[in-house]
Ligand binder design. Sequence first.
Ligand code: PAF
Length: 274
Amino acid sequence: MQIHSAIADLRAALQGRDRVVFVPTMGNLHAGHISLMEQARAHGDTVVASIFVNRLQFGPNEDFDKYPRTFQADCDKLATAGVDILFAPTESDLYPEPQEYFIEPPGIQNVLDGEFRPGHFRGVATVVTKLFNCVQPDAAVFGKKDYQQLMVIRNMTRQLALPIDIIGGETVRAEDGLALSSRNGYLSPTERAEAPRLYRELNRIRDAIRSGESDTVKLENAALAALAAAGWKSDYVAVRQQSDLSTPKGVDAPLVVLAASRLGSTRLIDNIEI
Ligand code: PAF
């Protein structure tokens, strides 16, 4: 696996490559990321991954400084997964001058996670566009665990006519249902044992809707109450339309249940499609 930190070196390494599929990450890789690499491999000839913890998408009181950085272990995993090229820029490679031009997503950046993480999706959209310009991939893979992020990137790619196929990767879960996430590493053993409740509550909502319940607000409130009773502090549990994350008019259209909740100081997100 080649590793490049300078944009010019990356571009030179990509000269003449056939169908390039790109998987951007912030490192601290787990089985969920590796499944995205495998998906990338199935969709192209050259797999490029990136590792870059993007300051622009973290709020002032978020975990940018403590975000786990495990570069050597990540490189070993990517090499084993058959990744061809790793782009691992430093902050001065990617932001050699203060970033003053941004990609500003529309209203979707202010709902759900965006409501609780102001500026987050603007930071994501900006860095993803910049990474796309560095790698110039034919396709890119993003995990469905960050459902709203995937939607922002799909919409942005379409509206800006970027010639890149966006591929959604299924969420990988631990045996007890907890969605794999780099932030799971922050959980204490007691919190880790409690953490699968989030997915259980999402499943409970899905099962109720499948059994004919149409009062989605009642279901959201029941889940919020169950989480609160178990010590969680929730930002939201929301049943939304898959198409645009708007509030559903009924339960017949494809829906998705999304949640963000805090166990101790760790904020977990998850979602389930119906
Ligand atoms: O999902 C992530 O890890 C990040 O938001 C991404 C897409 C790599 C942009 O920094």
